[in-house]
Design a protein around this ligand. Structure first.
Ligand code: BGC
Ligand code: NOJ
Length: 817
């Protein structure tokens, strides 16, 4: 069952009924002002940080689940009837409804009793404001007198405080309404230099800024008294809940369309020019007012929207493919890079499942999110790498998270997740491969943001490897610390108290154990090989040799102590007992070590990799994707931690934890198994799952973190959509490994591993300033690999296209037989 359809030409997903299984959301904003918007206009906005600079309020965990948003109400002033043209919050019986989620914009249209309304929501490039452009058409045969009411509920900036510290908050709300613009200025009198504004392009018939005046006592957003009565009260908020609402009256002749622009924005004044006149307590509006006036003009809005469309056309033009499979094309060309931009911007902060008040940016998450983003805006990836590296500690360890606002490591959670530092090598390698910009390695970066500790980025990478080598356990495998990639495998935690975080420093780590991670061992092999290559590009051949030797040594330890007979083990626990082994009763085989070890090349030569892949196929693969481990833990294991806290089939306890699935796609591709790699790809491809939306339930245009596994009652149900490392890794798996167009240090590799049934594909790839027009031809049924290429018609042995001069266009033909 579907709730809409893809419109590939418009790069939109079109939802054609409002009651989707869950709110299906989209994101507004591209670099500093952001918002979440659902298919019924729910959601909220913030400037940079979803916790500390929240503009509007949202009620998480509510019923219905999507409460608080960018609401408009239309009121037929003759009959007194009113409704929400975006369905929520009044839930009218609309004659027509459509929500088009596009790239950084959403357009919701409806028809109700002859009144057509279309609202376009977007954030113009480079601005700290959002536009709501309402177009309303009278499709009736008679004139229409209409009132339009807008509504936003302001958040008192710190979203966590806003939802908890009521004894203070109910007394601090302040607004100004000047020249028909509503300014929300709570705390501006003291330490804040920023305020929000809400403006409208039409002369106002009225306004409200006190929520209770707008809603009326005992009423919700579905029945605001002001809308019911058809008259704003002109309320000015003093404490309680500052709110923004305009009233505009329109008289529409039959067939007439009117356009009304609303602006919701964020503005920061220089500290010494906060007030106007100086010495007063009145917000200085001289700097913001020209911005407001400009963006209230319809032609500026139209132009701004076109610029946003063009921006995305240009970003997406870096990689465009034309394959025999529509689900692949639309994910590679549109939705997957889009989701990668969102994960790059949001990390894990703000979605329907991340409250925006929780974690900061993850060290490992940020490095992995880069993998799917770096080709789009490499300069921003560069900046991110340097920020992340600056939170590394002198030991080579890393803060597990850092705060995007201060860019400082997060002390609450601390460090000691022993895989973290290695991801920095992978992130940096991806940047170098994409751009060839070795200068980043010379950038001076401090440890723990401490002045005086600056060393070149390259030294940070060396420290990352050193960190692992300094922490080996009795089997020569890396000690796991608090956890590795799997935050929920807490082998040193032993938590017995309810409510304790398995991750934070608050819980005592038991020392003296010997818990080791085969996953980190595999990651180390991969990272050491990458650093070896980086050293080589810098002419440091001895060093390169050293890293390769360390990789070999670690691969040896994996072969000796990490191999279980038919798959790679997961770990050794605190006491030295294997985890992820046939010796265990539950949790015998885990997906992560199979993926990472094979990606690192471990076992590809001696056949163990093939056996591991076979075991994954037999024991972990299901019709909805590959589960994380089997058998699921049926009870709590204090020596394993959070993984066993989840009911079987959910999350890390044998859920289909989608992030890990592309590792198996890559591993299968490396083994030359095109059909199997692509099969895994399609199992979790959201577009390919669109037809089972009633089972999948999450948005069909983006990946979710998890799909319930076969042990769960809701097998196949996705959860935690949008903010997941799944986005980056799937883009890497399909574009670099299955389609095989892969940036490497020495140039662009073209090495597809395709499903047998395909007869090839074409692609355009921009790479280091040149454009590559790639054609891959293969007879249907063939399973071979590329042995040579025709580069501008000239035969080249192997699969490497050397970088061409910037600005040039290169034709690459690959023939597989
Ligand atoms: C989740 C993990 C997540 C961790 C972050 C756990 O509850 O299951 O997926 O990484 O929280 O703190
Ligand atoms: C989500 C976290 O963001 C990520 O860092 C972690 O690897 C996975 N959960 C698995 O636990």
């Amino acid at each position: 069952m579907r709730y809409g359809y893809f419109s590939d030409e418009d790069r939109e997903y079109v939802i054609n009924r409002p009651d989707t299984p869950l709110p299906w959301i989209n994101y507004l904003g591209t670099d500093s002002y952001f918002g979440i918007i659902s298919n019924t206009a729910g959601g909220y906005s913030f400037y940079r940080d979803a916790r500390l600079r929240r503009l509007t309020r949202y009620r998480y965990n509510n019923a219905p689940s999507d409460v608080g948003g960018r609401y408009l109400y239309l009121r037929d002033d003759d009959s007194g009837e009113y409704w929400s043209p975006t369905w929520q919050p009044t839930q009218p019986e609309l004659d027509h409804y459509e929500c088009r989620h596009g790239l950084s914009y959403t357009r919701i249209s409806s028809v109700y009793r002859g009144v057509r309304a279309e609202t376009l929501y977007f954030v113009p490039l480079g601005e700290t404001l959002e536009v709501w452009r309402l177009r309303v058409t009278n499709e009736r045969a008679v004139p229409l007198d209409l009132s339009v009411f807008s509504s936003v509920e302001f958040c008192l900036w710190d979203a966590f405080d806003d939802g908890s510290n009521f004894q203070r908050n109910f007394s601090i709300g302040e607004v100004e309404v000047v020249d028909e613009v509503i300014y929300h200025k709570s705390e501006y009198r003291e330490r804040r230099d920023h305020f929000a504004y809400f403006a409208c392009s039409e002369p106002l018939a009225g306004f409200d800024t006190q929520r209770e005046a707008f809603l009326g006592p005992y009423r919700g957003f579905d029945r605001p008294i002001v809308v019911e009565r058809g008259a704003s009260t002109g309320s000015i908020a003093h404490g309680w809940a500052p709110h923004g609402s305009h009233q505009v009256t329109l008289s529409l002749a039959p067939g007439e369309t009117r356009e009304v622009v609303f602006l919701l924005g964020y503005w920061e004044n220089p500290r010494d020019a906060k007030f106007d006149p100086p010495g007063s307590q009145t917000v200085n509006k001289t700097l913001v007012r020209p911005v407001i006036d400009r963006w209230l003009r319809p032609e500026v809005v139209a132009e701004g929207f076109q610029k946003l469309r063009d921006y995305w056309t240009s970003l997406l033009s870096v990689v465009q493919v034309d394959t025999p499979d529509t689900d692949t094309d639309r994910m590679v060309n549109i939705w997957n890079p889009y989701q990668c931009m969102i994960t790059f911007n949001m990390s894990r902060s703000a979605s329907s499942y991340e409250s925006g008040i929780g974690r900061g940016m993850g060290f490992r998450d940020s490095n992995q999110d880069l993998l799917g983003f770096v080709q789009m805006v490499p300069e921003r990836a560069r900046e991110r790498l340097l920020d992340v590296a600056a939170t590394q500690l002198e030991t080579g360890g890393a803060y597990h998270q850092y705060q995007p606002f201060t860019k400082r490591g997060n002390n609450d959670i601390g460090s000691g997740f022993n895989d973290d530092p290695l991801w920095l090598i992978l992130g940096t390698a991806a940047y170098l491969k994409e751009t060839g910009d070795n200068s980043i390695l010379e950038e001076l970066v401090p440890y723990d943001n401490t002045e005086g500790t600056e060393v070149p980025l390259y030294d940070h990478l060396q420290q990352s490897l050193r960190y692992t080598l300094d922490r080996l356990g009795p089997h020569g495998l890396p000690l796991i610390g608090r956890a590795d990639w799997n935050d929920c495998l807490n082998l040193n935690c032993f938590s017995e108290e309810p409510g304790e975080s398995f991750q934070s420093d608050g819980v005592g780590l038991r020392s003296g154990g010997v818990a080791e991670s085969v996953f980190i061992a595999g990651l180390f092999v991969l990272a050491a090989k990458e650093l070896g290559q980086i050293a080589e590009t810098r002419g440091l051949l001895d060093e390169a040799e050293y890293y390769r030797a360390e990789a070999e040594k670690m691969a040896g330890a994996i072969a000796e102590h990490g191999w279980d007979g038919a798959w790679f083990r997961r770990a050794y626990d605190y006491f030295g007992n294997p985890v992820g082994s046939s010796e265990n009763q539950e949790g015998q085989i885990f997906i992560e070590p199979q993926g990472i070890c094979i990606m690192a090349g471990v076992g590809l030569e001696d056949g163990t990799a093939l056996r591991a892949l076979d075991s994954v196929r037999k024991r972990l693969a299901t019709k909805h994707g590959i589960v994380l481990q089997q058998p699921a833990y049926s009870r709590y294991h204090v020596e394993l931690g959070e993984i066993s806290s989840y009911p079987p089939g959910y999350k890390e306890n044998a859920g289909i934890f989608c992030h890990t699935n592309p590792w198996l796609m890559i591993a299968e591709a490396m083994a030359g198994h095109g059909d199997q790699a692509f099969h895994y790809y399609q199992l979790i491809n959201p577009s390919a799952r669109e037809t089972i939306s009633e089972v999948h339930r999450c948005e069909p245009y983006v990946y979710a973190q998890m799909i319930a596994g076969k042990d769960a009652a809701t097998f196949g149900e996705a959860k935690n959509s949008w903010l997941t490392g799944t986005a980056a890794w799937n883009l890497v798996a399909i574009s670099h490994w299955i389609l095989g167009i892969r940036p490497e240090f020495k140039g662009l590799v073209v090495d597809p591993v395709l499903p047998a049934a395909w007869d090839g594909f074409t692609a355009t790839r921009r790479f280091r300033g040149a454009t590559y027009e790639i054609t891959v031809r293969k007879p249907a049924g063939a399973r071979g690999r590329v042995t040579h290429l025709l580069v501008d018609g000239v035969r080249t042995e192997g699969n490497l296209v050397p970088p061409a001069p910037a600005g040039s266009t290169v034709r690459v033909e690959a023939i597989i037989d």
